[in-house]
Design a protein around this ligand. Sequence first.
Ligand SMILES: [Zn+2]
Length: 593
Amino acid sequence: MPRSLSKIDKMSGDEIKDLKHRLHSFQGGECFLCGRPINLEADETEIDHIVPLADKGPDEEANWALLHSVCNDRKSAQNLNLARILMRFENTKEEYGGALTTAQVLEMHGGSTQQLHVDDRGDSVLVRYECRGSIKEIEAPIIVDPNNLNYRSFFIELPIEVLHHDFELNPRKIINADKLIKEFWRKNPQLHVALCRLQIDTEAKKGDVLLFDGQHKTAAQIFLGNRAVPVRVFLNPDKDRLKEANRRAHKELRQVEFFKSVLDDLGQDIFSQHFRRFLEDETGIPKSEKAFIESLEADTRVEMKRNLYHYLKTTVKNSEDPRNEFFDYVELDQPRSKTWPISYDSVEKTFLRHFIDSSPCEAPVDADYDEENDYPRNTERKNLVILMNIVTDYVLREKFDKSLGIAKLEDRIKKGEVIPDNHLRAYRMFRPAVFVVWCEFLKEAIAMYLIAKGKITNDMRNRNRVLWAQMDGRDWEAIAKMIDKLASHKLWIDRGPVISNAFGQTRPEFFRKLLEEGIIDGIGKILGEPINIQYLFNAAGSDNNCLSDYILAIGLDDFSTAIEKYLFYLHEISDLGPKLLCLFDHEINQLLA
Ligand SMILES: [Zn+2]
């Protein structure tokens, strides 16, 4: 995106020079980003906005900063206040050889200077420390672990002066805290507290608070300038057992990442809330996804675009008008299914990836829309659901038999178990590696058909906007024929060992070659008729690829217009053009004969 023009761009050479001198002395002679000295005579320097213009930062001297050009080039955030924190973290890390220990982070910020005084009163503790010359006392209730009474702990906020790094329980170094720094800088709360242990000397009633978990978030808070962090402190715990529990928490018991469909649901929630607020509040700018994303701070746009995509995927999944019946056969609760033939991961890499334009839509949501000319996102969703429902009709509904399941199906066939064709087809067509290949071919075939009919442009095809076309009954009939032809291929029900073994393959490249050319490496050509784009596309016309049928299919009365369209579309589909041109010549000759 081109940067908006600033007053600085209109200044003369002398004015710039004066401005640089003023900023230089205002910044104490240091670069705003790296904090190292700037030599105005020798160093290449630039002036940039602290809060970017794109984030509504004012275009005035108070918002201008002087930087080394090299620093400006390698900054990792648009907002310079954030960028300088990230850069100072990076530079500090470099100074310490590429990684930091929590101890080093604490020490360089004036931490780890005191012990914590603790008066253990049984049900509570009274802790005491010195803070800026005065003594602070806080009482905190003691929590006893319900399963092991020996584990007693309390929650408290402690200044970094009393925090120490627990080398013994956590020898790991801090390598990357960028994400957490950005997270907290955006004012998102720290969700989990850091964990510490405290071995108290019974005589002196004091000891070192040793931080053994949560060192990355603690370091991030410290780099953001915070002097105190929330912690949970275990009192005189069994150290070895705690060490083992902590190790297990990071390995065997590591929190399972949110499953993809759950992530989509969460993301769609965030997007729809923010988007709704934008639509209600903003006036005078277009009410579109694009305008919404552009209204956000530059650093948060990438994330909101991701949430937009989560949102779009979820609206297809949860569509009620029409209802998406394909998802009746998709496993939504876990990555792999023993029951259903399709994983959510697969749907994401196929229908959702090829038929949803994930970039923000420029069309306003509140323009005058009607049946003929609907809001593109509605058209996209409805058409995609119809497409998925057609596939459901031809391959899944009353064909996939849930009671037979999918576990070790090819093995069961080899052992002689009788599996009906319909069930086998439904199973094989949705093996992840072959599903991604035929879905891509299907998309291309549909795109060719719609380009030929003048319903979409090649640019729309490239931008995943194939289903932004206004479709009619005849279009859906043509597409249904493609899907019927796809599902009718012998590949899906051939029980011979070569094909059966082939379905054990998990690489899409394997199936790309098999479907496109009918070839398995090392075995040779095994499909008489490959399942490629042309195979699917031809289904839309007729059974014998005759030009007159083609003209009939695209519904043009005027022969010369048909030829013109046909040539236009050959030109559009440049990679397939030559092949189809041969076909075309052949048909012309037949017609003339
Ligand atoms: Zn610098």
